[in-house]
Design a protein around this ligand. Structure first.
Ligand code: 13P
Ligand code: SF4
Length: 317
C-alpha cells in the first residue's frame, strides 16, 4: 500500500514495488513510449517508438499488456493480441493526429481516389487502419513507400508533415490527408533560430511530424528511437530537441555528459508536452493493473480488418 503523506521519492519506491508484484501476479508486460513521464519509463519492461512497441506487442508471451502510451498504440497491441487483456492506464489518452482523421470523412476521401493504395501512419484509429492497405510509422515510412511500385498512386494519411517529408525523401507524389499533431505544430521557427544563436554548439534534431519551417533547420530528422540513437552517436555535445520533451529523460540517461535543450513552442509556451501522453501516471499504471481496467476492447470484425495492414507493415520493416 502507498500513502500520499509519504515524500514523492518513497511513494515512487512503494509504487515500483507494488507494480513489480502485480507484474508477476498477472504475468504482465509494461510497454512504454518515450513521451511518458520518467517514472513510467523507468518501470517499463520495454521502452520504444511506435514501431518498436508494435514489434514487442506482436511477439510478447505475457498474458497481460499494460500499455503506457496513447490509445492508438494500445489499440494496435490489442489488434495484434485479440485474446489478451490490454490495459491503458487512462482511456482518455488519445492523439490529436488520430482525431484529425475521422473515419467517415476519410471513407469519402478514399472513394474519390479508387485506384490509390492507402498507406496510413500508425497514429490513427483502428477504423482508419481497417480502411488502409499498409500501416507505417515514422521510422519505416520512407522504407515502405520505396517498396511500392513507382506507377502505383498512393494516399498517405493522416499526417501531412510526415507525408511531405516522405515525398521529399522518396521523390514520390503522395495524395496527402491534411492532418497534423498539435504538439509538433507548436514549435516556433523564430524562437528555434534564436535558441540556436544562443547555443551555436548545439545540433537541431527533429521528429518528421514537425512543420517544414522547423524541419529545414534540422541537422537530423528521425523517429524518437532514431533521434535517441543519433544523439548518443553524434560527436556533438549539445542538442536542441524538436519533439515531445519526454524523450529527454532517455537522452540524458544514455549520454549524461551531453546537454539536451527542448525546442521552444510559440511564445516559449510549454505546449510541446503531449497532453494525452501525460494523462498516464505511475499511480494510474498501478491502479490499472490492480483493477484490470481500463481495458481496450474492439469488435472481432474491426480487429480482423485492421490486422492485415499492420502485419504488412511488420513484414516490410
Ligand atoms: P514515434 O514513431 O517516433 O514513436 O512517434 C510517435 C508519436 O506519436 C510522435 O508524436
Ligand atoms: Fe499524438 Fe502528437 Fe501526442 Fe504523438 S505527440 S501522441 S502525434 S498528439
Amino acid at each position: 500500500m502507498f500513502t500520499t503523506t509519504l515524500p514523492r521519492q518513497s511513494l515512487t519506491g512503494d509504487l515500483f514495488m507494488a507494480i513489480n508484484e502485480l507484474k508477476r501476479e498477472l504475468n504482465a508486460v509494461i510497454l512504454a513510449h518515450y513521451y511518458q513521464d520518467p517514472d513510467i519509463q523507468d518501470i517499463a519492461d520495454y521502452l520504444g517508438d511506435s514501431l518498436g512497441l508494435s514489434q514487442q506487442a506482436a511477439t510478447t508471451d505475457a498474458e497481460v499488456i499494460v500499455f503506457a502510451g496513447v490509445h492508438f498504440m494500445a489499440e494496435t497491441a490489442k489488434i495484434l493480441n485479440p485474446d489478451k487483456l490490454v490495459l491503458l492506464p487512462d482511456l482518455n489518452a488519445g492523439c490529436s493526429l488520430a482525431d484529425s482523421c475521422p473515419p467517415e470523412a476519410f471513407a469519402t476521401f478514399k472513394a474519390k481516389h479508387p485506384d490509390h493504395l492507402v498507406v496510413s501512419y500508425i497514429n490513427c484509429s483502428a477504423e482508419i487502419k481497417a480502411m488502409s492497405d499498409i500501416i507505417c510509422t515514422s521510422s519505416n515510412a520512407v522504407k515502405i513507400i520505396r517498396q511500392i511500385p513507382e506507377e502505383q498512386p498512393i494516399i498517405f494519411a493522416p499526417d501531412r508533415n510526415l507525408g511531405r517529408y516522405v515525398m521529399e525523401q522518396t521523390g514520390r507524389n503522395l495524395v496527402l490527408w491534411q492532418g497534423s499533431c498539435i504538439v509538433h505544430e507548436t514549435f516556433c521557427e523564430k524562437s528555434l533560430v534564436q535558441l540556436q544563436i544562443q547555443h551555436p554548439e548545439a545540433e537541431i534534431i527533429a521528429h518528421p511530424e514537425c512543420e517544414p519551417s522547423v524541419l529545414r533547420h534540422a541537422n537530423y530528422i528521425g523517429s524518437t528511437t532514431a533521434l535517441l540513437k543519433y544523439s548518443q552517436q553524434s560527436s556533438k555535445s549539445a542538442f536542441i530537441v524538436a519533439t515531445e520533451p519526454g524523450i529527454i529523460h532517455q537522452m540524458e540517461k544514455r549520454a549524461p555528459q551531453k546537454r539536451f535543450i527542448p525546442a521552444p513552442g510559440l511564445n516559449n509556451c510549454a505546449c510541446n508536452e503531449c497532453p494525452y501522453m501525460r494523462l498516464n501516471t505511475l499511480e494510474k499504471v498501478y491502479l490499472a493493473m490492480k483493477n484490470r481496467e481500463p481495458e481496450i476492447t474492439l469488435s472481432p470484425k474491426l480487429i480482423a480488418a485492421a490486422r492485415g495492414p499492420i502485419q504488412r507493415m511488420l513484414e516490410l520493416s
